[in-house]
Design a protein around this ligand. Structure first.
Ligand SMILES: Cc1cc2nc3c(=O)[nH]c(=O)nc-3n(C[C@H](O)[C@H](O)[C@H](O)COP(=O)(O)OP(=O)(O)OC[C@H]3O[C@@H](n4cnc5c(N)ncnc54)[C@H](O)[C@@H]3O)c2cc1C
Length: 388
């Protein structure tokens, strides 16, 4: 199959990054997004070297560096006593070691930077994909507003509840048995927080809390075990007032101050997608959460999505035959994202160990963390493309 015209479904982190990466290669795409406008609300996102390397290459440094916070350290703490269990430098040390910075950035800044870089050409808002039919070498896209479009290649960058994925597989995300609460507090609201400029994991029995700074704010994700089942249709469900504060009632005073400083937010059910046997079929291919939604405990969902976009763009640029390009893309991406997914799942239970022997073993291993996880951060998407 020769290089076809491309339609991308979803203008989230993956869809826009792919569009920008393809544009750099001189390949034009149309992006269809269900939302009437591109606005990301809520929390922050941690961008690691494997993601920032690509975003800088796409010319986004000037837009993203100023609003981002570079953490001073990565610190693991005991849930109640607050003592340092392990600590590693980040800042300049991290950038020198991994060749690109670590940025904590508000999602709105990231979304805006990507959207402004893309512009309004070839962006179709208010287009919720509801149907996808293949006929010969073209796909017909059907949208909720009754309009239609056609494309030779359709990229599903439509997130964890991907509609495009349903045309390739009936595998759906599974609930992890854990849920999270996200929040933003001002620094002033947590004066008793030690090392507010660090990325910190507070680990305790059945729960953990991760936080990092973004500008004047501290962004946190508090994760708890349960509820046992997740029956809500979407990713979030209402939580009764005081649910979050109650879950961290016995924790260190800084953590109690932090969770009590925000109004009760909805509960996020944490889901992950079981590995897919394939990511593409018949002129359709998946990217980002649509292909490999993962638990957030390595802060890698968006970073892996950005890697996917750079590699898919590289493959489509390199191979005129799109079926060869898609095979190369899958070969380069499935194994890596599977490893990160699996590691995130294991990390979830390690962070929730009660005090005792298993927690002590984990704590000893944490001193080796940088070496143990350098395979995630050191990844340079250009190397596998060169070897492909
Ligand atoms: C609590 C939590 C914390 C996280 N923290 C981090 C972090 O610190 N670092 C990190 O790297 N990752 C993090 N992630 C993961 C990260 O947010 C995702 O992996 C990332 O957003 C995936 O990007 P995407 O483009 O694949 O999907 P999305 O960002 O979800 O974008 C999908 C887009 O497709 C659109 N869409 C969906 N369906 C349709 C349709 N039918 N028609 C048209 N458009 C459609 C949506 O409106 C959306 O704009 C976190 C996730 C959670 C849940």
């Amino acid at each position: 199959m020769d290089r076809p015209d491309i339609a991308v479904i979803g203008a989230g982190i993956g869809g826009l990054t792919l569009g920008l990466a393809l544009r750099r290669h001189g390949i034009r795409v149309r992006i269809y997004e269900q939302a009437p406008e591109l606005a990301e609300v809520g929390a922050a996102v941690a961008l690691a070297a494997n993601g920032t390397r690509i975003l800088r290459e796409l010319g986004l440094r000037a837009a993203l560096e100023p609003p981002s916070a570079v953490p001073t350290e990565l610190i693991y703490r005991h849930w109640a006593q607050g003592g340092r269990v392990a600590a590693h430098p980040v800042g300049r040390w991290y950038e020198e070691r991994f060749g690109a910075p670590f940025w904590g950035v508000h999602r709105a800044h990231l979304q805006r930077a990507l959207a402004e870089a893309w512009g309004t050409d070839d962006l179709h808002l208010g287009k919720e994909l509801t149907g996808l039919h293949r006929e010969g070498d073209r796909s017909e896209l059907v949208f909720a507003d009754g309009s239609t479009a056609t494309a030779g290649l359709v990229v599903g960058a439509d997130g964890i509840r991907s509609r495009v994925r349903a045309s390739i597989t009936d595998v759906v995300p599974v609930y992890s048995g854990t849920s999270g609460f996200r929040g933003l507090v001002t620094r002033d609201a947590v004066p008793n927080l030690p090392d507010p400029d660090a990325v910190q994991f507070w680990m305790g029995p059945g729960a953990h809390l991760l936080h990092y700074a973004t500008g004047q704010f501290i962004n946190f994700l508090a994760v708890v075990e349960g509820p046992e089942r997740w029956d809500a249709q979407g990713g979030t469900a209402e939580a009764a007032d005081g649910t979050l504060a109650e879950a961290f009632r016995d924790w260190h005073p800084a953590i109690r101050t932090m969770v009590e400083a925000v109004p009760q937010s909805p509960r996020w059910g944490l889901f992950a997608l079981p590995p897919l046997a394939r990511w593409s079929a018949d002129g359709v291919v998946l990217l980002g959460d649509a292909a490999h939604a993962m638990l957030p405990h390595h802060g890698q969902g968006a970073n892996q999505t950005i890697e996917d976009a750079a590699v898919l763009a590289g493959c489509l640029h390199r191979y005129d035959d799109v079926s060869v390009a898609l095979k190369a893309y899958e070969r380069l991406r499935r194994c890596r994202t599977r490893q990160v997914q699996r590691s995130s799942w294991v990390t979830s239970s390690l962070l929730h160990l009660p005090d005792g022997d298993a927690a002590a073993t984990r704590d000893r291993r944490l001193s080796n963390l940088v070496d143990d996880f350098s395979w995630i951060h050191a990844y340079d998407h250009r190397e596998p493309l060169l070897q492909a």
